[in-house]
Design a protein around this ligand. Structure first.
Ligand code: NI
Length: 171
């Protein structure tokens, strides 16, 4: 297993729409394992393949306290959304930024697992928010796009400066 580099907003590759996975092979299983390791190490509660520059429809999520309830979603789709809730979100691709986003309170999702079996899951609370956040990544959408244009520009400026500063330090 290995840690994967995470793309940082405003990297344009975060806006690539991910493709369906047609065949779950050893490469997909290895990527899923590496994504889980990368998510736990970050630490984060979810990671989409898009964020590690693989533009295929797979996400890993673990919202448990003990970090022992790993969920892998392949070709996930939201079948139903209901209710509305607001929560503060962050993203491993947008370090240091936390903003309130309005989402559906409950979702019903269908996906495949690593064995290729189709399953359905009803989620609410943090898991529902995380599923919506990660599925957005697969469609090339980063959570800051729910914010005002002004806030988005401020975040872009802040993160671009951080990258430049970082490059200067390591040069
Ligand atoms: Ni994210």
């Amino acid at each position: 297993m290995s840690l994967l580099p995470i793309l940082r907003y405003p990297d344009p590759r975060l806006h690539i729409k991910a493709k369906q996975i047609t065949h779950i092979d050893a490469g997909i299983r290895q990527l899923a394992a590496d994504m889980a390791e990368t998510m736990y190490a970050a630490p984060g509660i979810g990671l989409a393949a898009t964020q590690v520059d693989h533009h295929i429809r797979m996400v890993v999520i673990d919202v448990s306290e003990e970090k022992n309830q790993l969920l892998t979603f392949i070709n996930p789709e939201i079948l139903e959304r209901s209710g509305e809730c607001q929560g503060e979100e962050g993203c491993l691709s947008v370090p240091g930024v936390y903003e309130t986003v309005t989402r559906a309170e409950q979702v019903r999702v269908r996906a495949q697992n690593l064995a290729g079996e189709t399953f359905e899951l009803a989620a609410d609370g943090l898991l529902a928010i995380c599923i919506q956040h990660e599925l957005d990544h697969l469609d090339g959408k980063v959570f800051v796009e729910y914010l005002s244009r002004l806030k988005q520009d401020r975040i872009k400026t802040k993160l671009t400066k951080q990258v430049k500063h970082h490059e200067r330090v390591i040069a």
